[in-house]
Design a protein around this ligand. Structure first.
Ligand code: PLP
Length: 376
């Protein structure tokens, strides 16, 4: 049996999500835009998922736009909001550790004439809301910062920052990529002071290829995909009913157990750290106060990819850095002070509440063996 410890890359769809997707493909396969009964039933399935997702954020169904995933949600948020509000205000403030789907979009906006100020963590590895606040001004159109970093599990002070920024500069649009925090931390749109929130289904035991963008009431986001005016004209294209239904089913299943699962995974992380401490040369890059779901380590100067394949040969799946960068370093670890050999030997272990101590023990045994056997 293999040990899957790469849940920040993707999770296994839960039975409820699979059943919902299958039902939407076999029984309920209409187009939600069709005016007949089959279309209406598909529309009802989409509406039901929209209500569930909205409810989990303390929002209303009309705040939720379904997309093809968080990459698209992030693009829609950044491009759509700057298109709506960025004629005169040309500055964007962002954290320096965003996922590629935000960072690459920021680079494209920079190329089109926006200025982007990236805020780094301080020497203690922490982000401070005062640093974001002092970068914001009358000329700022948008502030974007992720809630939980996908490579290290760092939790950014989104609520504190957005609250302070909105108080001083109510015109600034606030966006947060909550992909690695959703269904792990309680996220309420209003209390976060967020105008825009990106979510992805496949990180919460849904299916790949669907996500959502929460848009606060009154906030304008211009479409980046135009066509048949589905999703209030903000995201044209026939809704993927099976994937959306699966997304709703996964969120419905997970939302009642957010704090229990956090506690359980915190216990798993404690066990993992205890076992890792016994292996010479292994150091931990994730902060103690971060998300327990993600543990980033450096393994005795052994190159990540080589160690990753050694572990794979033992049936154990982890990631080097983030899965989206396919082994390429994203620079995020460097932002947190992890550089040189430590960065080159970084591995990311990411868990779910179903992960077991036995699986973590198997990983640690294999890692210990790898630190002895693997060459550089
Ligand atoms: N944002 C973060 C923080 C992520 O971890 C990911 C996926 O790795 C994404 C965005 C992209 O999500 P999707 O795969 O749904 O496009």
């Amino acid at each position: 049996m293999s040990v899957y410890l790469d849940n920040a890359a993707t999770t296994k769809p839960c039975a409820e999500a699979v059943a919902a997707a299958v039902a939407a493909m076999t029984e309920n396969f209409g187009n939600p835009s069709s005016l007949h009964r089959a279309g209406l039933e598909a529309q009802l399935a989409v509406d039901s998922a929209r209500k569930i997702i909205a409810g989990t954020l303390g929002a209303l169904p009309e705040n939720i736009i379904f997309t093809s995933g968080a990459t698209e949600s992030n693009n829609l948020a950044l491009r759509g909001a700057t298109a709506a509000y960025g004629k005169k205000r040309r500055k964007i403030v962002a954290s320096s550790v965003e996922h590629a789907s935000v960072e690459e979009t920021l680079a494209a906006l920079e190329a089109s004439g926006f200025t982007v100020e990236r805020i780094s963590p301080r020497e203690d590895g922490k982000f401070y809301s005062a640093d974001f606040l002092s970068a914001c001004g009358e000329d700022t159109v948008l502030l974007t910062m992720m809630l939980v970093n996908n490579e290290t599990g760092h939790i950014l002070p989104v609520k504190e920052t957005f609250t302070a920024v909105k108080k001083r500069f109510p015109h600034i649009i606030t966006h947060t990529d909550c992909v690695q925090g959703y269904m792990k931390l309680p996220i309420k749109a209003k209390s976060l002071c967020a105008d825009l929130i990106s979510l992805s289904a496949h990180k919460i035991h849904g299916v790949k290829g669907v996500g959502a963008l929460y848009i606060a009431k009154g906030v304008r986001v211009l479409p980046i995909v135009t066509g048949g005016k589905q999703e209030k004209g903000i995201r044209s294209g026939t809704e993927s009913v099976p994937l959306i239904a699966a997304f709703g089913a996964a969120a419905e299943k997970l939302s009642p157990t957010i704090s229990e699962r956090w506690e359980r995974v915190t216990g798993l992380r404690a066990h993992l750290l205890e076992e890792l401490a016994k292996i010479p040369g292994v150091s931990v890059n994730s902060p103690e106060e971060g998300s327990p779901y993600v543990v980033n380590i450096s393994a005795a100067g052994k190159r990540s990819e080589i160690m990753l394949h050694f572990l794979e040969s033992k049936g154990i799946y982890v990631s080097s850095g983030s899965a989206c960068s396919k082994g390429q370093q994203s620079g995020v670890l460097g932002q947190f002070g992890v550089t040189g050999k430590l960065a080159d030997s970084a591995l990311r272990i990411s868990m779910t509440a179903e992960t077991t101590e036995e699986e973590l023990d198997r990983f640690c045994q294999a890692l210990a063996e790898g630190t002895e056997k693997v060459r550089g």
